[in-house]
Ligand binder design. Structure first.
Ligand SMILES: [Zn+2]
Length: 280
């Protein structure tokens, strides 16, 4: 009995000691191992950086990103099909997006893990990386030319994509006319009609895709020619659904067959019993 007690106390003591070691190790970790610290350091540092940053950027990064996503989804696939490249004169050209280079230097490693492509610093969310770009790498932005893609948001229907409710409010004819004008000037400069059949087709597509909906009649919807990527997403979603439903279908078939087999056996038994009873 005594032996048992001493053995259990030894085990308990060794467990306590190992637990203490774990706790000690956890608290003695250097702060640089902590991901959150990197986020904080990035957000706390800006004060000194702002002094270097003379040219203030009056361009919304978020709206520029939305505008680029719209171009990528609703225009680039059609341009690729036509094998057409816009000139740098066109404001939709990637070189005319102030933030393009920074956006291309975003490394999305995991759902909560973003990395700066310039200095490899890690962040937990995209917004922290955006802040880091503003504070640390703003010198890379070429702010001298009119390269704010967000300025084209009116023509490209960014509000609709960003789900801004003000769009549902009353349509203003003057604003709609202004956006239509901007939209048509984009179509003319990016896809000049005299530049051949491809440019011609894309010009017409651009008018349908973006410009037609800039009116208060509501007759034409934006992105009426759709997105070339949507079928891919639809295809993926339907295949996932089929894969999920397939096992359920097999279970139902199996249960149904088992039920019918049981039914046949019962019928056989009844008929056998009937035959046995008949001669009497
Ligand atoms: Zn960086």
């Amino acid at each position: 009995m005594k032996k048992k007690v001493t053995a259990s106390t030894i085990i308990l003591l060794s467990l306590l000691l190992s637990l203490q070691e774990v706790v000690h190790f956890a608290f003695s970790l250097p702060p640089s191992h902590n991901n959150q610290d990197e986020e904080q350091s990035a957000t706390l540092r800006p004060l000194e950086q702002n002094e270097e940053h003379v040219d203030e950027v009056h361009c919304s990064r978020e709206r520029s990103r939305t505008a680029w996503n719209i171009i990528e989804e609703h225009l680039l696939p059609f341009m690729e099909k036509e094998n057409y490249e816009v000139s740098t004169q066109c404001r939709l050209h990637p070189n005319n997006d102030l933030f393009r280079d920074q956006e291309q230097h975003k490394i999305h490693l995991d759902i909560n893990h973003w990395q700066c492509g310039y200095c490899r610093k890690s962040f937990r969310a995209e917004k922290f990386l955006d802040k880091h770009f503003d504070n640390r790498h703003s010198n890379l932005l070429n702010v001298s030319h009119g390269k704010c893609l967000a300025d084209l948001c009116g023509a490209l229907h960014c509000d609709l994509k960003m789900d801004i409710k003000s769009r549902k409010s009353k349509c203003k004819p003057a604003a709609a006319a202004r956006n239509k004008h901007l939209c048509e000037s984009l179509a003319d400069s990016c896809f000049p009609i005299n530049e051949g059949p491809s440019a011609n087709r894309l010009h017409e597509l651009f008018l349908h895709q973006f410009c037609g909906a800039h009116s208060c009649t509501g007759k034409q919807k934006p992105f009426s020619r759709g997105a070339a990527r949507q079928p891919g997403i639809f295809y993926m979603a339907s295949s996932i659904l089929i894969l999920m439903l397939l096992p359920i279908f097999y279970v139902i078939v199996y249960l149904h067959r088992r039920e019918s087999r049981n039914g046949i056996e019962v019928l056989k038994r009844i008929s056998k019993a009937g035959r046995k009873n008949k001669p009497l």
